[in-house]
Ligand binder design. Sequence first.
Ligand code: MIG
Length: 846
Amino acid sequence: MRTLLTLVFCLTFLAICARAQDITGLEKIGPVASFTRSANAVTLSCADGSQVQLTVLAPDLIRVRASFAKPIPARDHSWAIAKESWNTPQWTLNQSVDSLTLTTEEIETVIQRSPLLISFRDARTHELINADERPMMYDAKGTLTGIMFDPKAGMFVAAAKKLGFDEHFFGLGEKAARLDKRRGSFVNWNSDTPGYSEGKDPIYQTIPFYLGLTHGSAYGIFFDNSYRSYFNFGANSQERAWFGAEGGELNYYFFYGPAIKKILSRYADLTGHMPLPPLWALGNQQSRWGYYPDAMVERVASEYRKRDLPLDVIHLDIDYMNGYRVFTWNPQRFPKPKELTQQLAKQGVKVITIVDPGVKYQPRSSDAREQTSQPELGPQDKSYYVFDQGLARNYFQHRRSGELFIPKVWPGESVFVDYTLPEARRWWGDLHRAYLDNGVAGIWNDMNEPSDFVDQIGKNQLDVISYDEGEKSSHAKNRNVFALLMARATYEGLQKLRPDRRPYVITRAAYAGIQRYSTMWTGDTNSTWDSLALNIPMFTTLGLSGEPFVGSDVGGFMGRGNGELLVRSYQVSFLAPFCRNHKVIDSYDQEPWRFGKYYEDIIRKYLKLRYRLLPFLYTTLEEAHRTGVPLFRPLLLNYQEDENTYNLDDEFMIGKDLLVAPILKPDITRRLVYLPQGVWYDYWTNKKYQGGKVISVDAPLETVPMFVRGGSILPLGPEMNYVGEKALEPSFVVYPDDGGEATSSLYEDDGLSPAYGEGVYRRTSVRFSDKQKQIQISLNAPEGTFKPEARSITFLISTDLSPRSVVLDGHSIQHAGPGDKGWSKEAGTLMIRVADDGQAHKIEIQ
Ligand code: MIG
């Protein structure tokens, strides 16, 4: 028995090891033979005919591009890159017998000539940040072809880095894994993985960007290669972390912080900043595979209103279409889509429709009639306008043999668009008229890995080629960017069709750069506690990978949930950017009321709180847009020096001010919470804690442990059931730090149009100080040209002080009744309300 067990163990172990690629036998790049220098780059020519180019993009950003056994190709193209021309910063190049050193203000890149090894040092301290463990490698002999999908695609390329003894790894986008990726091994190959759980890899998205963090100092590496790629953070080596891909160039960008926030900003500059979605995208959303006919959709909306539950958006899943034909409406289930969206709009509810990449393969029958001006509403049985047009213009994907590629998806036999064709993208974008004309507010892209029912991993697509700027390149190269380009076509289409509105797109699959076009959700999760617990490391990891607008099906997608799980799930998602309850077809229902009043009441409390916190959420979302720093954060993003935060998978922060520690297991009503250094206030009781330790707190089902950082001022808005129901009259709730100080700012704009990009916004900054019982509040003159309606601003301060008078700009103001301007003191809270007249003000409390 023992030997049998040992055998089973050994075999399992071998199987696991075999999965991880062994790169140690690969050919190493040759030593440097000569080099040339240009205004922004050094190009090394190696003894084996290889070339390496190091380009200085910014003081903290160096690009490394290697071509093996041949010169660097002239074509330099990536769908991920948003910014191609950089103002070259000051840099110098020094050479010695052994090495070349390329120095910017922040990074010292040392290139050892033989063997060719690159290391990055801090230019100020000369401390090592990251170093090659061996020269860059390529699969010259084709030893790794066994794992390759398409030998024509190219050869395996890899870079190995020294693994720090204390190094932690974060990022890689959407991974069903914990926050710290150290000792992990990951693959990127966009895959439809319904019901995935922790450890499933790859799943839907590819974001080949990671952060390394050692003792508070971070660097980032973006390996911009869309082939199936591998990342290994010391999974089977004590010395080595490595990354590689089954083709293409060894092409990576090296970012130096040491602050992670700075790296994320640079990454956003390079791959694009997330534009702001409409404000209502932060509202509560409801979805269900199976919401049909139209009366059912109206029923759900009116149920929400009847029950006084906030709701901004309802999603229509694939059931709205005519025989799953994209850009059509089902004449029986949704005969009058425009009336439906108008009806819902009266209740403040917007509609989002799902759009899959699969276009039904439907050759036109000979007796088909001419199309009407609204082909989306007409019959589709004799001819289907989308197929007809795409075929006539040759926009669909082909196999290498020249035959049309016909995968099987929801409509049955289908075709996919070649989104690498610019005209095809424009055409696809224009097709969205079929939705916008009928009042649809946003688009949900699903199945865009692209999923094919013939096989989930893309075997059936291996010989599909894409135009790719005339290169006619392989599926191996293009699969991982398919969703990025589909989302781009969608975003640009919405922008063109409705230029005065911000596009709102949601996608399942992605490649780096997706944040320019789309938000995301984490696909087909399970209605289980394990799946819920994965939400937090997945959201925080996505945030560290350049995707700030994230969420997961609230309550879980597959399987039957229950009231407790649904409540705990809302206690995570009520602060996630994308808060949408969604459920698979034919499974037990999951709307907030499905498990009874007790649970519904708790869910209502959290949804209402989300709407009160919208000004705070929107302010942090705008920060994500501007700086690339996400709103849903792991603690380490705010406390990078604090090693206690590096493995926290069960707490998160929103912005820098709110810390949440949800319950992620059944039957638990108390938990330990780690609070970083500083002062913290229990959001519910106002009890003050000193951080830098673990505390134990109560967490009955009604309560998610939530703490406010001392030193912050939370901007709150009115309670409401949808965005725009009430005008924003901001209240600032003050939480002073140990020194009695607190600061905050509030960002606002029209919430709908792109005018914020031209300065039509308003940023209000507030400062509070309480020194020796001398309380002062200063309100800066707001920044930006956006003008809200006449309104007041309220300050709420928890204090034991009983003021004699409150002085505004030198004049004492009146004692006020509820709702009036002036001041009052009740139950330990001092309330001060002043007119918001767009001027700077100073308030003193005596
Ligand atoms: O093959 O459109 O992840 O949210 O409800 C399943 C039906 C296709 C997968 C999505 C899910 C959606 C479902 N879709």
